[in-house]
Design a protein around this ligand. Structure first.
Ligand SMILES: CC(=O)N[C@H]1[C@@H](OP(=O)(O)OP(=O)(O)OC[C@H]2O[C@@H](n3ccc(=O)[nH]c3=O)[C@H](O)[C@@H]2O)O[C@H](CO)[C@@H](O)[C@@H]1O
Ligand SMILES: C=C(OP(=O)(O)O)C(=O)O
Length: 444
């Protein structure tokens, strides 16, 4: 089992480059299945376990797919199978994004029902409501969801009870090959929705309104493969902004889009961090003394839930009382117990956490409870006395490329090791890359 070992106390300095966004590339790869002719060439793709998973889902349904040099080629022109392979679907919730494209192209789709996960129950009722409005019959049973439509889907008006990112994406993709126009009201406005809309427009769909609360999609007769480069990962960028801030460092984060990070920038500034635009990046200067603030997670452009645990690590080091309120997921505070092992002082009250700062954080052995918690515990280790060991790195590998190596490149004392529990020695060479393809396949 691998672990990340962090020795706290270094101020980070230097330059780090952000990868393409995980949450943009997964729907774009799923959408590439809509093309009945031509190949899609998707660039700036991060080398992440989740990307291998979505690629395997498509490959097992008969798409031709390759992934090298941060580029995914997808040729979905041969007839596809409409039942997604459960062994891969179960590895990643975002696999439900194949439902919309398959239903639109073949009138049938079957996928293992995604369960809950560490951050909440995460139902897909809004996705299904959209498909039903477009003419699909929905059957849920025996652990599967199966969709069936007679002929082509038809355009519809869909109101989402909440602006779900995944439901907005699935309905956009299904509507791309439907007869007529679909309107999604109260839809998600995240930058990744805009990236998907740009991809669909290049393929031949007419999508307007992406980034606002109403999207209109005019379906096409057929769609073709296109070239597309993925937007930068705003959550990875935000995570490195916190790393610079928590260590009082001076870091240039390249390939970071400040327009996607307004709420994160505003909160870091309130806490005393200086943030400057520089070229195609963001320079972050951490303060000597961090100040307390409050955050409430909300759909975009509100504060992103995917930055909540990293901000918690920062607030633990801030002077005064900070309050975090999580409104997007009902159970995204599993990392609180892990922070407590590091001597953090805070209490959970309903959907809020109250942090009395600063805590004198001490290194401890902690387990990553989800993807962003993994990063947050490493960030806390950067500002803790002594050594922090973070385990359960499979979560980290879903969403961060070379996280330990990138931090070490900024001067942090962080290394990834193959833990030898019997010897209790941390002496293996650094190995902080995600799985390569062969390792990924042998791990399933
Ligand atoms: C791959 C990807 O892009 N993942 C992101 C996506 O997840 P995902 O698309 O799953 O998140 P949603 O926006 O759908 O979920 C938001 C909330 O809506 C609820 N809900 C959602 C759908 C539904 O049919 N019914 C329902 O009740 C969820 O349980 C959750 O409480 O957006 C989340 C919210 O920004 C991010 O944290 C995830 O990183
Ligand atoms: C929750 C996340 O992702 P997913 O929706 O893929 O679980 C995340 O990226 O923080």
């Amino acid at each position: 089992m691998e672990e990340i070992i962090v020795r706290g106390g270094e101020r980070l300095q230097g330059t780090v480059r952000v990868e393409g966004a995980k949450n943009a590339v997964l729907p774009v790869i799923a959408a590439s299945m809509l093309a009945s002719e031509g190949e899609s060439v998707i660039t700036d793709v991060p080398v992440l376990a989740d990307v291998y998973t979505i690629n395997e889902v498509l490959r097992n349904m008969n798409a031709h797919i390759s992934f090298a040099d941060n580029t995914v080629h997808v040729d979905a022109s041969e007839p596809l199978m409409t039942e997604a392979p459960p062994e891969y679907v179960r590895k990643m919730r975002a696999s439900v994004l194949v439902l919309g494209p398959l239903l639109a192209r073949y009138g049938h789709a079957k996928v293992a029902m995604p369960g809950g996960c560490a951050i909440g129950s995460r139902p897909i009722d809004l996705h299904l409501k959209g498909f039903e409005a477009m003419g699909a019959d929905v059957h849920v049973g025996n652990g599967f969801v199966e969709l069936q439509a007679k002929g082509r889907l038809h355009g519809a008006k869909v109101y989402l009870d909440m602006p779900s990112v995944g439901a907005t994406e699935n309905i956009m993709m299904a509507a791309s090959l439907a007869d007529g126009t679909t309107t999604i009201e109260n839809c998600a406005k995240e930058p990744e929705i805009v990236d998907l809309a740009n991809f669909l427009n290049k393929m031949g769909t007419k999508v307007v309104g992406a980034g606002t609360e109403t999207i209109r999609i005019e379906g096409a007769e057929s769609l073709h493969g296109v070239d597309h480069s993925i937007i930068p990962d705003r959550v990875e960028a935000g995570t490195f902004m916190v790393a610079a801030s928590i260590t009082g460092g001076n870091v240039l984060i390249e390939n970071a889009e400040s327009a996607h990070l307004r709420s994160v920038i505003a909160k870091l500034e309130e806490m005393g961090t200086t943030i400057l635009s520089e070229g195609e990046g963001i320079r972050v200067l951490g303060p000597d003394k961090l100040l307390a603030t409050d955050i409430k997670t909300l759909p975009h452009p509100g504060f992103p839930t995917d930055m909540q645990s990293q901000m918690m690590a920062l607030m633990l080091n801030a002077y005064g009382t900070s309050v975090i309120t999580e409104t997007v997921f009902e159970n995204r505070f599993m990392h609180v117990e892990e922070f407590r092992r590091m001597n953090a002082r805070m209490k959970v009250e309903g959907r809020s956490v109250i942090i009395e700062g600063p805590s004198d954080l001490q290194g401890a052995e902690v387990a990553a409870t989800d993807l962003r918690a993994a990063a947050a515990l490493i960030l806390a280790g950067l500002r803790s006395e002594g050594i922090t060991r973070v385990t359960d790195l499979k979560h980290l590998d879903r969403g961060y490329v070379d996280f330990a190596e990138k931090l070490a490149g900024l001067g942090a004392s962080v290394e990834r090791i193959e833990a030898d529990r019997d010897a209790e020695q941390a002496s293996s060479p650094v190995n902080d890359r995600p799985l390569n393809f062969v390792e990924y396949l042998s791990s399933t």
